[in-house]
Design a protein around this ligand. Structure first.
Ligand code: SAM
Length: 397
């Protein structure tokens, strides 16, 4: 039947498209798995939250928040009013999208099992992570090396791990060893692990001309929880990202993850996109649900929206004389991507969903900035691109 076809397509691809709508539900684990041949991303490592029905968002300052929620429209300052308006505009379609999910009983039945039953990863195992952020800052950083092991025994390479383009050029997963921990590098992928101060080195170290640039900056926000996980940077730092130099001269799709702070929306529209030479084309929404399908928090909670925005823009480029101007297709607005979140601040792998909007280049060259993981065929840059590549997050096929 039609529904079982859709479900088997979902189990294969990790993508469930709701018919005649702008809504998809995705299983990030299945999508990540397309990057690997001998390994599988472990569902229990990915889905560290939101499978326990008791789990709710609890924040230390929830009392303060409650008081804030009670504000009437008259109490809101101008910026809060704009934010509320933005939310009110998105609200009906987010509710509608969530309605589609709640009606898809067959999908809901599968969702509960996405984490799988056995071998739930212990948090102890996960906490034995190296802090690449800290190691990269010490004076010995240039001396740290990573051992790359090809599929064929005996093929080993030892290369600097920081400020160096580390490449798996093979068409197979590669195992790597760093300070006694193992990492898995997907086929035809590479990473450059450095601070923002060295991001310009990318321009010389790798073949630029990227057709798709995904960026998830460490935006500042008030959350104390966040401060424990990774350092954040003031907005103006991101003006220095070399988007123009990284982008293909004939044009590129730029996807920027946002937080819900109104100040940030202003900054991106008025300063950041213009300084990168990017025009805003469309906004996507990532709607976050628990394993039972319910939203991870109340839709109207001002400081804890259960959704985040992804702004899509085009870098139009200068165009090369010999070629026709790039064909940039209009992007459909207001697409909604629903998934169960993984670890704190981890974004779902949306690269594949974006590829249809990438200017006509095949295969597309893709880069992720501020990445914490790697993808087959992609370049990952950030101060901890190996963060989710540790072998404990994988199971052998
Ligand atoms: N997209 C990622 C994911 O899904 O897991 C999350 C990215 S997180 C929002 C931002 C990243 O930027 C963190 O890994 C953080 O360590 C990194 N970062 C913070 N300051 C940095 C700096 N000065 N240079 C490079 N990366 C930095």
């Amino acid at each position: 039947s039609k529904t079982s076809d859709k479900l088997s397509a979902f189990l294969e691809s990790g993508i469930y498209r709701f018919e005649n709508s702008n809504v998809v539900f995705i299983d990030p684990v299945r999508m990540l798995n397309r990057s690997y041949t001998r390994f599988r991303s472990s569902p229990s490592a990915y889905y560290s939250r939101f499978f326990d029905s008791k789990e709710t968002i609890v924040t230390s300052d929830s009392k303060k928040r409650k008081r804030k929620e009670k504000k009437t429209p008259h109490d809101l300052n101008e910026r809060e009013q704009v934010a509320t308006l933005r939310h009110q505009q998105a609200r009906p379609m987010l509710l509608k999208a969530h309605g589609f999910l709640m009606e898809a009983t067959d999908l809901l039945a599968i969702m509960k099992d996405l984490r799988g039953g056995s071998n739930i990863c212990s948090s102890k195992e996960l906490s034995e992570q190296h802090s690449f952020i800290e190691l990269g800052k010490v004076w010995q950083a240039p001396l740290y090396e990573i051992i790359l092991k090809g599929a064929l025994k005996g093929l080993e390479r030892v290369v600097p791990v920081f400020n160096n383009l580390v490449v798996n050029e093979t068409s197979d997963d590669m195992e790597a060893e760093f300070l006694n921990n193992k990492y898995i590098l997907p086929r035809e992928s590479c990473f450059y692990m450095s601070d923002l101060g060295q991001v310009h080195n990318l321009i010389h170290e790798c073949n630029v001309g990227f057709n798709l640039i995904v960026i998830d900056p460490p935006w500042e926000n008030g959350s104390a929880r966040q401060k424990l996980r990774y350092p954040t940077l003031p907005n103006w730092y991101f003006l220095s990202l070399p988007i123009k130099q990284l982008a293909h001269p004939d044009g590129a799709l730029v996807a920027l993850w946002m937080t819900n702070r109104e100040k940030l929306h202003n900054f991106v529209q008025k300063e950041l996109f213009p300084s990168w030479g990017v025009s805003h084309e469309a906004t996507y929404y990532w709607l976050k649900v628990k394993a039972d399908g319910s939203l991870i928090s109340d839709l109207d909670l001002f400081h804890h929206r259960p959704y985040e925005c992804l702004l899509l823009g085009y870098f139009h480029g200068q165009g090369t004389n010999s070629k026709q101007p790039p064909r940039l297709r209009p992007i459909k607005h207001d697409q909604i991507i629903i998934s169960i979140p993984g670890e704190y601040s981890r974004k779902p792998p949306i690269g594949e969903l974006l590829l249809e909007h990438v200017p006509d280049f095949k295969p597309a060259r893709c880069i992720e900035l501020f990445a914490r993981e790697m993808t087959a065929g992609w370049t990952s840059w950030g101060n901890e691109p190996l963060h989710f590549q540790q072998s404990t997050s994988f199971v052998r096929d």
